[in-house]
Design a protein. Structure first.
Length: 135
């Protein structure tokens, strides 16, 4: 069972991110099958856009996302690959339930995910700031 992520809502990813993330998920199938399968499912259902056509408010790899939950708690996290993850620096891996829920979502969307203790959590994306992309 994978994370309860953005059910039924369309997500948008660049072709490059889809390819990289699909390969990453396949590489992690043996180590973290639930998370890897969840990420693969998200990539399978994603709409794919060219790099140039990606809207600025869509969460991508390297995006810094500000979100709030129903209790009004606000957090800002940066979505990264597993090797770059550091919870103390608020850099979360795309292979976490929240990371998988965020990829491809737009500002204004509420995303849901399953916590490690099986609770369903949700938060609304307030803002998305893109990392500077190297040409």
């Amino acid at each position: 069972m994978h994370a309860a992520t953005q059910s039924r809502s369309t997500i948008l990813v660049s072709a490059a991110d889809r390819d990289r993330l699909s390969n990453l998920a396949r590489a992690f199938l043996d180590r973290v099958p639930d998370m890897a399968e969840g990420l693969l499912a998200e990539m399978d259902r994603a709409r794919v856009a060219t790099e140039a056509a990606m809207p600025a408010d869509v969460v991508r790899m390297g995006s810094t996302v500000t979100l709030h939950d129903a209790e009004g708690s606000i957090q800002t996290v940066t979505l990264v690959y597993p090797a770059e993850a550091d919870i103390a620096e608020k850099r979360i891996s795309v292979l976490t339930p929240l990371g998988t829920a965020l990829i491809g979502a737009r500002a204004g969307r509420t995303v849901s995910w399953r916590s490690r203790d099986s609770r369903v959590l949700s938060a609304t994306i307030d803002a998305v700031e893109q990392a500077r992309r190297m040409a």
